[in-house]
Design a binder for this molecule. Structure first.
Ligand SMILES: Nc1ncnc2c1ncn2[C@@H]1O[C@H](COP(=O)(O)OP(=O)(O)OP(=O)(O)O)[C@@H](O)[C@H]1O
Ligand SMILES: [Mg+2]
Length: 422
């Protein structure tokens, strides 16, 4: 069932080349890679641009987005010495939401066959969503036989009713469509769409974490996204529309300094938690509108940390609440992996550990060859994970735009189906 044991065969990528496009709130990046043996990939080219026209992970200005996507892809193509037509793209805008659905079929023979499993999965596939949202993923996360759950592979087992639990992730139809348009305007076809926290988890978690249960938190510029893995599957995701850009804006407002300077101060002197030495260390703060005259204030570093810390606390409090509400907090156990550009402030891990009350480590892309120090950092976990999703083929039901476009709600369909079939 899991990430490793997936048997589903997908079309081989053209010439063994795969390309990933991460459309983030602060940067757009494109990874072009060659698929090597044993499902690993080697980077051939990387393109990286400051994001324009993207807010909270969603395209808000098509022209601006087209320009930066086009430039990132072109840069990666030049480095790779190859052109690409298809990309795997991330979905972080459009508020992706997780749903859990069950479908059940009766087993005609003495034991469950491959055919029965397919029937159960097909029932789950036919579940549909509201017209303003699209299914991005449908992941079978477990089977049940006659109500006994926790069965990984029911084939060959005895039972009268076969149930399947499917983790469905939907996102707003508008955000999905705009990504497709943005890609099309750069002459790219979207091979598949993967929600950002899923990709980041695939890139950062080690196999044991995915099996035993762990959460990956991707702290980006405009969003903080969460994924929970257990028994090798993605079981839940969520997205909070707050990230590192909010920290920067708080600094700009709090110290009346230009945003670009606030960003620089954050990365040079910022910290997630206060220390006693912060009172003694003084830092320069150029004032808004006074840049030419070179006038600046000097403030203790503790001023800066007192602005940063509450915002990060807010983010981790929200993560904790969402995890608790999800009902998956237990599955996570004590293991949390932080990634994304915004986890790089000193002491962020310690703060997360305090608020989440979990064992926290920092994560960066694993299992990808040819990434240098810069592009192997936590801001590139999503892009790396998109490549891994393509080559490792996690166990998922195919979702085409067509099926996803149908009109009745998933819940309605499930209850109708159960009423008709039980
Ligand atoms: N060295 C650093 N220290 C602290 N913060 C940093 C550092 N480098 C980058 N950041 C912050 O990381 C954030 C960008 O992270 P990332 O590149 O993961 O976001 P994104 O993918 O563009 O956005 P999103 O995932 O929200 O759509 C910015 O807010 C930036 O200020
Ligand atoms: Mg991101």
């Amino acid at each position: 069932m899991g990430f490793n044991s997936a048997k589903k065969q997908k079309r081989a990528p053209r010439g063994g080349i795969v390309a990933a496009l991460d459309v983030g709130s602060t940067k757009v990046c494109c990874f072009i890679a060659r698929v090597e043996d044993a499902g690993s990939v080697r980077i051939l080219g990387i393109g990286h641009q400051i994001a324009t026209g993207v807010r909270t992970g969603a395209i808000v200005d098509m022209e601006a987005a087209e320009t930066c996507i086009g430039a990132a892809v072109h840069q990666a193509e030049q480095q790779a010495g190859d052109t690409i037509r298809e990309v795997i793209v991330n979905m972080s805008g459009g508020f992706p939401v997780s749903h859990s659905f069950n479908a059940e079929v009766s087993v005609p023979g003495p034991e469950v066959t491959e055919h029965d499993v397919h029937r159960a999965l097909n029932h789950a596939r036919s579940l549909q969503v509201a017209p303003d949202s699209r299914i991005v993923h449908a992941i079978p996360v477990g089977f049940a036989l006659d109500g006994n759950r926790g069965i990984r592979d029911p084939k060959g087992m005895y039972g009268e009713r076969l149930g399947v639990n499917v983790h469905v992730i939907t996102a707003s139809a508008g955000a999905v469509r705009n990504l497709q348009i943005g890609a099309a305007r750069c002459h790219l076809e979207i091979d598949s769409m993967v929600v950002s926290p899923y990709a980041s988890g695939l890139a950062c978690l080690v196999e044991d974490e995915m099996e035993l249960g762990a959460a990956c938190i991707d702290m980006g510029g405009g969003t903080t996204t969460i994924s929970v893995f257990c028994e090798g599957n993605l079981v839940w995701t969520d997205c909070i529309p707050v990230g590192g850009s909010h920290v920067t804006n708080d600094i700009a407002r709090g110290l009346t300094t230009p945003v670009a300077h606030a960003e620089r101060m954050k990365t040079l002197h910022g910290s997630a938690m206060a220390t006693a030495a912060d009172e003694r260390e003084m830092i320069d703060v150029p004032q808004v509108g006074e840049e030419e005259r070179g006038t600046s204030n000097s403030v203790p570093k503790s001023f800066l940390v007192r602005i940063i810390q509450p915002r990060l606390e807010e983010i981790f409090e929200l993560v904790r609440q969402r995890l608790e509400q999800s009902g998956h907090a237990k599955l996570v156990g004590r293991r949390v992996v932080l990634t994304g550009g915004a986890c790089q402030l000193p002491n962020t891990r310690e703060l997360a550990q305090l608020i989440l009350d979990k064992q926290v480590r920092l994560g960066r892309p694993l299992r990808i060859a040819g990434l240098n120090e810069t592009h192997g950092g936590p801001a590139y976990s999503t892009a790396a994970g998109l490549l891994l999703h393509a080559v490792r083929n996690p166990n998922e039901l195919p979702v085409s735009g067509h099926e996803a476009a149908a009109s009745s709600g998933i819940l309605g369909r499930v209850s109708l189906w159960l009423r008709e079939n039980l």
